[in-house]
Design a protein around this ligand. Structure first.
Ligand code: XUL
Ligand code: CO
Length: 436
């Protein structure tokens, strides 16, 4: 059965002049930029939870969206129909990757054993569809936040029984991710945080979270799963304070608990802005610290203080993101996963195509702009000039640790006041706009 009959064939590149809303104007998968194809650079992934399962519900209202694949009375039949629809969508859109939570692909049953056998069934189907379509798994993850048992967290739950449940779920989700050839595995701390400190032993919770991740690393080694592990920072929502607040917070946590060798960041744009950072900042911080792994590509809304998970359309954002990603050497195991959902009023199946096409084009433009910035070295040159003092003999002496406070003081006594220089911010902003 065809679930998206409104799109007959794979979306194609028609170029910037095209007026066809079902064509790419900028994303040309095979076009080479800085030695790699756009597809190799961008590594787009569709997320299962929003794109296939999102039905437009919010805190104030019920589902608004009806999906053709979500009609069967039997939950496992619905899961199978959804999986077929998913691979039809991936193929028609022309993305290479997908991402999922365990509970997205198979509904939970009464016992863990039954749930896991449902997962096995769905994994088998996913494996077959991956083989038939060539679509690959960017990463898998566990949903250890929706079920009521996780209301007080998973690894940070005050009850060790819940910790054990979370561990069992991660064990299975990691195993099926390996079975599907997943290139990564994400830990987003769904409810790993607190609502009030009055009932929370923060130090103990942090130790428990680290223990859960250590056990995951051990299991990864045990089963020979080669994928990259990622932490996805988020400062708040659903809890008032999430422990994986931002990339800086995660780095300190990983260092403290000797987990740093095993993890990289999965940076989500809307999570960055919730933490009062820019998307660009979180990427640059991760790149500067060697922990840039993958990206959840979406955006928030300046006027709304929650995770709106909108499709990315802002060229300023996508260009600066791709600039940092390219400078850092590009994605290795990671990619651009559209952790985004269509608005509640975008109720038609075709809206899913419009949303993804626009987002892919926005990142394709970002990639082209970033590549030009890198080729022309405009920003790089301005930055190098600003730091030129550090390339002198004196600057190098400090950098290489050959100075002490006494010698630095002597330098000042001999050389007096430093010369002030302009930061040139407005000029650089003007230059960037010329590239957009
Ligand atoms: C929640 C979020 C998650 C993770 C995966 O804000 O971003 O969907 O990406 O659990
Ligand atoms: Co996300």
């Amino acid at each position: 059965m065809e679930f998206f009959p409104e799109v007959k064939k794979t979306i194609e590149y028609e170029g910037p002049k095209s007026k066809n809303p079902l064509a790419f104007k900028h994303y040309n998968a095979k076009e080479k930029i800085l030695g790699k194809t756009m597809a190799e650079h961008l590594r787009f992934a569709v997320c299962y939870w929003h794109t296939l399962k999102g039905l437009g519900t919010d805190q104030f209202g019920a589902n608004t969206i009806v999906r053709r694949y979500n009609k069967a009375a039997d939950p496992m039949q619905r899961a199978e129909d959804t999986m077929h629809a998913a691979f039809e969508f991936f193929t028609k859109l022309g993305v290479q990757f997908w991402c999922f939570h365990d509970r997205d692909i198979a509904p939970e049953a009464k016992t863990l054993a039954e749930t896991n056998s449902r997962l096995d069934k769905m994994t088998k189907l996913a494996k077959k569809l991956q083989r038939n379509t060539g679509v690959k798994l960017l990463w898998g993850t566990t949903n250890a936040f929706s079920h009521p048992r996780f209301m007080a967290g998973a690894g940070t739950n005050p009850n060790p029984h819940v910790f054990a449940y979370a561990a069992s779920q991660i064990k299975k989700a990691m195993e099926i991710t390996k079975e599907l050839g997943g290139q990564g595995y994400v830990f987003w701390g769904g409810r790993e945080g607190y609502d009030t400190l009055l009932n929370t032993d923060m130090g103990r919770e942090l130790d428990h979270l680290a223990m859960l991740l250590h056990l995951a690393v051990d299991h990864k080694k045990k089963i020979g799963f080669k994928g990259q592990l990622y932490i996805e920072p988020k400062p708040k929502e659903p809890t008032k304070h999430q422990y994986d607040f931002d990339a800086g917070n995660c780095l300190a946590f990983l260092q403290k608990y000797n987990l740093l060798p095993y993890f990289k960041m999965n940076i989500e744009a809307n999570h960055a802005t919730l933490a009062a950072h820019t998307f660009h900042h979180e990427l640059e911080f991760s790149a500067a610290n060697g922990i840039l792994g993958s990206v959840d590509a979406n955006r928030g809304d300046l006027l709304l203080g929650w995770d709106t998970d909108q499709f990315p359309t802002d060229l300023y954002d996508t260009s600066l993101a791709m600039y940092t990603i390219l400078k850092a050497g590009g994605f290795k195991t990671g990619g651009l996963n559209f952790d985004a959902h269509v608005r509640r009023q975008s109720i038609d199946h075709i809206d899913l195509f419009y949303a993804h096409i626009g987002a892919m084009d926005a990142f394709a433009r970002g990639l082209k702009i970033a590549a030009k910035l890198i080729k022309d070295r405009v920003i790089e040159k301005a930055v190098a000039k600003r730091y030129a003092g550090w390339d002198t003999r004196f600057g190098r002496m400090i950098e290489s640790g050959k100075m002490n406070f006494k010698k630095l003081e002597t330098y000042i006594l001999e050389n007096g006041e430093p010369k002030l220089q302009s930061g040139r911010q407005e000029l650089l902003e003007n230059i960037l706009n010329e590239y957009l």
